[in-house]
Design a protein around this ligand. Structure first.
Ligand SMILES: [Zn+2]
Length: 330
């Protein structure tokens, strides 16, 4: 380079020295930390609680969770501003997953006054509208929060943090009184519920119509999942027929309601290992059974236990059933 030849040797040497110094400074300040170092630092920043504070306040997810849900008093909202948001989310999720999961999945059928007094089965399946309203009032007054199946499945995987006192409301068979008697009460309390629909019965006398389901779904509090096409006991039919019950009920619900159907309810609680495998294979995330008990993280997600709400049971019995798992029944 001609102009370099014209520069004195001292000037060139000075330039080289300055360039070397700049490189060294940049090298020391700009060298990225290893991923492990960065993660350790971020976690330490996030999990260090501010002095004098022990209130569990999370900047992510639901804000009403109690300390007991997590077994920790970490304060994520007190984190330094330098903490990366994605790393914060990962830490918060892992803390949430550490807490024990206990979710009573309540099982209702009819919300009605049993029309035939001598029908004992019908009486057991029928919770009166008045008692149902009292039960929902009890849940609201005692700090229960209705959750969705998506939240439950997320909690099982450790990706969703549940609110304090979670409870899941389910209604089997898709009876019309879910619309006429249960839904007005659910709306009153802002409670979420899942109705398991027998798609072959929709629109028949005493059963929900598609329009009623669409109207409730639009309200954001009710969702509709599969309870087969024909309410057949799944362990007493061939696997190919079980397959068509699973696939066709799902397809009909999805076509009529425009939602993704991910949850299944075994009619009369009947299933076997072959049916369980089909449930997972056919795109269902979870299924509920009639095994009695409160759902925990230890349960098989393809046969979750539920708490049956009996017609005529006292409010004290209802309250007691929420708090402790009952013995399993076949
Ligand atoms: Zn049923």
């Amino acid at each position: 380079m001609p102009h370099l030849k014209r520069m004195p040797a001292v000037t060139i040497a000075l330039c080289l020295l300055i360039a070397l110094a700049v490189l060294m400074i940049h090298g020391f300040q700009g060298t990225p930390r290893s991923a492990k170092q960065a993660a350790r630092l971020t976690a330490a920043q996030v999990t260090a609680p501010p002095v004098g504070s022990s209130t569990p306040r999370f900047g992510l997810g639901l804000c009403c969770a109690s300390q007991a849900n997590f077994g920790t008093d970490y304060v994520a909202s007190g984190m330094p501003r330098t903490a990366a948001p994605r790393a914060v989310a990962a830490v918060a999720i892992s803390i949430a997953a550490a807490g024990p999961m206990r979710v009573p999945i309540l099982m209702y059928h009819y919300i009605r006054v049993n029309p035939v007094a001598r029908d004992k089965v019908g009486a057991d399946l029928s919770v009166s509208p008045q008692r149902f309203s009292q039960e929902m009032q009890y849940l609201a007054a005692n700090g229960y929060h209705t959750i969705t199946f998506d939240m439950l499945a997320g909690a099982v995987k450790g990706t969703v943090r549940l609110p304090a006192r979670p409870v899941l409301l389910t209604f089997d068979d898709g009876y019309e009184d879910f619309f006429t008697s249960a839904y007005p009460v659910l709306k009153q309390f802002g409670f979420h519920a899942t109705s398991f629909v027998i798609t072959g019965k929709v629109g028949q006398g005493g059963y929900l119509t598609w329009d009623q389901m669409r109207a409730m779904q639009a309200g954001g509090l009710a969702q509709f999942e599969s309870h087969t096409v024909n309410h057949v006991e799944m362990d007493r039919i061939s696997l190919s027929r079980a397959q068509s019950e699973l696939v066709n009920s799902k397809a009909t619900l999805e076509m009529q309601l425009g939602t993704q159907v991910k949850y299944f309810c075994y009619p009369s609680g009947h299933y076997d290992s072959g049916v369980e495998k089909l449930v997972a294979k056919d795109g269902y995330v979870a299924a509920v059974s009639t095994h009695a008990g409160v759902a925990t993280g230890a349960n098989n997600i393809d046969a979750l236990p539920r708490v049956r709400v009996h017609g005529g049971e006292s409010l004290a019995t209802f309250a007691g059933s929420l708090g402790r798992p009952a013995a399993s029944t076949p």
